[in-house]
Design a protein around this ligand. Structure first.
Ligand code: F6R
Length: 617
């Protein structure tokens, strides 16, 4: 949520900040602003709406400079207005600040600062922090040996903050210093030649440098044009580790696609291939994972797995439950991370905790991971966020290697999580009762996925036609059984998110216990059914919908025999093993929701009220 870009170097900062903000717009797009350290103090431009508005306003109203900070906002405290937009300059004009996160004690801070003569022009929690830094700056009289008076003021102010922050700060008296700090909100330093970029996300820096330092919680960084220094909470100098980002600029660009979401749907064969790369044993009978940090013996002792996460990743957990229980015979439970972190759930000592998270930064998932670790459980992560907070704090895990996902609605990251869940089921199964031959069969099935997804994607044009036909309906049901139930949930979530249509996912048979009341000519149902023992049961559920004049779109595997009169529209996916069916069945649902949203004229990559990576509670 919210994006930060700060820069100190030799270039005119404005283009660099604006370009970074455009790349970060997927993190928040209510409003945006920048502050340039100019000849006569800060040159501040702020606008509501998209970053394109800020580009125009900057061209008209800003001054040049080589030090600056900027922000794209997803509103938490205070409405979407220009005065609530960051940067916030302290009322004495000394400090300019951009902030991600939530300052929980800002009301008390504000009251205190008002008694000291500071004034406020916004409803935000952030303005309290810029004034608090200014307050400490005024109190501090001189530079210290290792740190500037400005740095000390920021540090003192942060020691009074309850809540979370990732910040970039400048002071009008320090033209050669940019300061950043983090606690709970991601912040990185892009290390260039004679220049540094402070950002909330690697996509903002990728065109300038691939060298990056991921800051840890409670660390502060001070940057000049020639050097930077990281300091820990204990006030000790930290030897920063400079990592290399392993993706290219093109990975984070739309190319010829109309939207990131469509591009990412079509990138799935490659993302799925990457999830598997180098992860099968030489005899191709099992999966291998280098980063679990658990021996096979330790894994055999696990008698329960608890999966936890949020949103789409939570649906991946539900699929993992079906797969692991079926193929590895280990009991699995799934919890929303936002619930788990505040519940005192009793966990058995042989329980293994797994979080799934695309970004590796979701605050609730991070909270659940920390809570599990605090209780002494081994907590692992499946994540696409290399270097993310969760990747660094987990006891081990599996990287997805799906490449950057920019579209707010998750697509390729989800199917890649399903692939890893299937590989994990195989690995754990082979450590228990799964035979060598069954293992070989499963590896074969997994390896066939990229090709089968490519084949499924060829139905793009047909799915588009169906989407146009259904685009004006206001309500949808998504129904599936067994592992297709979480797939139905995911289909409903995708449609809600990007087209603002009310949609609900249910186990197909559960429909009779309530949701059937919604069925009418006005509420279509999307069924997902693959060949197998319960296919006939799903057909009975479809009959129940048809009997009530409901329209039916059926996604089914090729060899299913479907009575034509039962369905209004059908989308056929290839026949395949059960372990990979959730992946194949997801692809048409993604395309269906994408084309419905496009037909309704929705902004697919920036759906209203949403932002990628939810780093506030
Ligand atoms: C939906 C979507 C969200 C995320 C959720 C968790 O399309 O993307 O529901 O799945 O916010 O995010 P991560 O996976 O980054 O923890």
């Amino acid at each position: 949520m919210c994006g930060i870009v700060g820069y100190i170097g030799k270039q005119d900062v404005r283009n660099l900040l604006l370009e970074g903000l455009k790349r970060l717009e997927y993190r928040g797009y209510d409003s945006s602003g920048l502050a340039v350290f100019a000849q006569d103090g800060f040159s501040v431009v702020r606008c509501t709406g998209r970053v394109s508005n800020l580009v125009e306003a900057t061209a008209k109203n800003s001054e040049e400079g080589t030090l600056g900070i900027s922000h794209t906002r997803w509103a938490t405290h205070g409405g979407v207005t220009e005065s609530n937009t960051h940067p916030h300059v302290s009322s004495d004009g000394k400090i300019a600040l951009v902030h991600n996160g939530v300052i929980e004690n800002y009301v008390e801070m504000r009251k205190f600062l008002e008694t000291k003569g500071f004034t406020f022009s916004s409803e935000t929690d952030t303005e309290a922090l810029s004034n608090l830094i200014a307050y400490h700056y005024a109190k501090e009289q001189t530079d210290a040996k290792d740190a500037s008076r400005f740095f000390i003021a920021v540090k003192k102010a942060l020691s009074h903050v309850e809540g979370t922050y990732g910040i970039a700060v400048t002071c009008v008296d320090y033209p050669d210093e940019l300061i950043g700090a983090r606690k709970g909100s991601p912040l990185i330093v892009g290390v260039g030649q004679g220049e540094y970029i402070l950002a909330s996300d690697v996509s903002a820096i990728i065109t300038h440098t691939s060298n990056v330092v991921y800051l840890n919680d409670d660390e502060m960084v001070s940057m000049s044009r020639d050097d930077f220094r990281v300091v820990s909470a204990a006030d000790e100098g930290v030897d920063p580790i400079i990592d290399t980002i392993d993706w290219d600029v093109e990975d984070a660009e739309k190319g010829e696609f109309a939207h990131y979401m469509l591009k990412e749907i079509f990138e799935q064969p490659a993302a799925l291939e990457n999830a598997m790369r180098g992860r099968f044993s030489d005899d191709s009978s099992t999966a291998i994972f280098g980063g679990l940090n658990l021996t096979p013996r330790e894994l055999r002792q696990v008698d329960r797995i608890l999966f936890t996460s949020c949103g789409t990743a939570w649906h991946a957990c539900l699929v993992a439950e079906y797969l692991i229980e079926r193929y590895a015979r280990i009991p699995v439970e799934v919890e929303y991370a936002s619930e788990l972190r505040y519940r005192n759930a009793p966990l058995d000592k042989n329980t293994l905790v797994f979080v799934i998270t695309q970004s590796g930064e979701t605050i609730d998932t991070l909270g659940a991971l920390r809570e599990a670790k605090r209780k002494g459980y081994r907590a692992l992560a499946i994540t696409n966020g290399v270097g993310s907070t969760i990747a660094r704090e987990a006891d081990g895990g599996i990287y997805q290697h799906a490449g950057p996902e920019i579209g707010v609605a998750s697509t390729k990251a989800f199917t890649s999580q399903l692939m890893i869940a299937a590989m994990l089921a195989l690995y754990l199964g082979r450590l228990r009762d799964m035979s060598y031959t069954d293992g070989v069969e499963m590896v074969k099935a997994l390896r066939s996925v990229p090709e089968l997804v490519t084949e499924t994607l060829k139905q793009d044009a047909q799915i588009k036609e169906i989407a146009v036909k259904y685009a004006e309906y206001a309500d949808f049901l998504f129904l599936g059984r067994q592992a297709m139930f979480p797939v139905a949930l995911e289909g409903a979530l995708k449609l809600k998110e990007i087209s603002y249509i009310h949609a609900e996912g249910y186990p197909a048979a559960e429909m009779k216990h309530g949701p059937i009341a919604l069925i009418s000519e006005e509420c279509p149902s999307v069924f997902i059914a693959t060949d197998g023992e319960i296919f006939q049961k799903v057909l009975s559920n479809i009959q129940e919908v048809k009997a009530r004049k409901g329209k039916v779109i059926l996604i089914h595997s090729k060899s299913c025999e479907v009575p034509r009169e039962l369905v209004d529209d059908a989308i056929v996916i290839p026949d395949a093993a059960d372990s990979i069916m959730p992946i194949l069945a997801t692809v048409p649902l993604q395309l269906l929701s994408y084309y419905i949203a496009v037909a309704r004229g929705c902004d697919v990559d920036k759906p209203r009220n949403l932002a990628k990576s939810v780093t506030v509670e």
